[in-house]
Design a protein around this ligand. Sequence first.
Ligand code: UD1
Ligand code: CA
Length: 454
Amino acid sequence: MSDLDVVILAAGKGTRMYSDIPKVLHPLAGQPLLAHVITAARALAARRIVIVYGHGGESVRDRFQAEDIEFVRQEPQLGTGHAVQQALPLLDSSMTLVLYGDVPLIEVATLERLTATGADLALLTLELDEPHGYGRIVRNRSGKIVRIVEEKDASASEKSIREINTGLLAASTPHLKKWLTDIDNDNQQNEYYLTDITALAVRDRATLTAVAPAQYFEVLGINSKAQLARLERIFQWERAQKLMNQGVTVVDPARIDVRGTLSCGRDVTIDIGCIFEGNVVLGDRVSIGANCVVRESHVGPGSEILPFSHIDENTIGADCRIGPYARLRPGNHLGNDVRVGNFVEIKATHIANGSKANHLAYLGDSRIGSEVNIGAGTITCNYDGANKYQTIIEDDVFIGSDTQLVAPVTIGAGGTVGAGSTITKDTPPGELSVSRSKQVTVSGWQRPVKGKRK
Ligand code: UD1
Ligand code: CA
């Protein structure tokens, strides 16, 4: 545990999101913005993580209830300095790091540098070609930081300064407590500015320094849906670079979305338009076709997922071929060399090695043995309107096309079911079972003809 407390500012209204949802709860890469910031704070092994939330922010508090997180309410919102004041009674480490809940891409390595300077106040700053809107870092002739001036309070010459305040800073806690009691709201916005502690640090001859983020996007904030989308693309682009650096073939790094953790073996290929959610593991040589959604699943080595397949909470063995257009709902366990073809829906089903369901089928709550062939149009009738029942299909069975298996039912090993059957009773192993009416020919029958118009 570090001798560090983290304060995350999240009381801002987020007016420009035009949403009833608090800004920091909007998702980036499948996680609320604030979750990204909390993850970074946790990685620093902070002693306390204090979130400052505002009006309507109870849902923020409820969403992030956890042992290691504390909440303070800021009401009304009188500025960033006022926000940190609300957290002061909770702070007791020697250093405090201030983060923003709407700046989600901040890297832990940058924060480690910011908290390791040894200065009484370390500001995270950055040179921008377009500094408009940000607070500016005012330095004296010898390059020492003198104060921070907000855009709205800045003179014309101060507006030309390109070094901006990102808002993130690390301060010695005793100093911070003193400085924050000394600030006022005598400025254009009548707010208590956290940034005013900089001039107070200079007044007190405290040590002051600036640190730059490794990459500009780490300090980008989100105020609108357009900025949210922009940061999402940056995040996903960076993710794709990491995957490619590990040897994954990402066909187009601009067209992949990872909303969780994706672990890949060697020689994995991911085509365009795929979404990975939760914890996904792809074994060696796995290939994922275009436009697949894979969630909380494990795909074994050499398996191929063909385009437009949806895979949710599945375990898939080695050398399987799934899709195109397959829907694997939660709870399936597929062995090796299994084939699941187009328009096949499978749920809570185990399929052993070498079995195939290549076309148009529904298999639910089933145990399917090895080397089984499921014909096109096969349906396990697992639901009687009230309860669900199991279908057991033993090894080496052949189910003819357009068959209904009314559960609970067992198809004995090596058995064959004739096409078009409705099976309601267990079938014996090794035999042909068929249930359908006999074919008849009605001779002399004629097709109806259209009636004449009057
Ligand atoms: C602030 C900085 C500015 C910096 C900019 C970077 C001040 C006075 N100015 O400006 O120098 O360049 O960030 O984006 O600090 N918040 C609260 N309570 C409040 C006000 C804000 O919790 O009363 C939170 C917001 O939710 C947000 C963060 O503080 O997460 C920054 O607020 P914002 O209004 O965006 O700051 P700016 O005035 O733009
Ligand atoms: Ca802002």
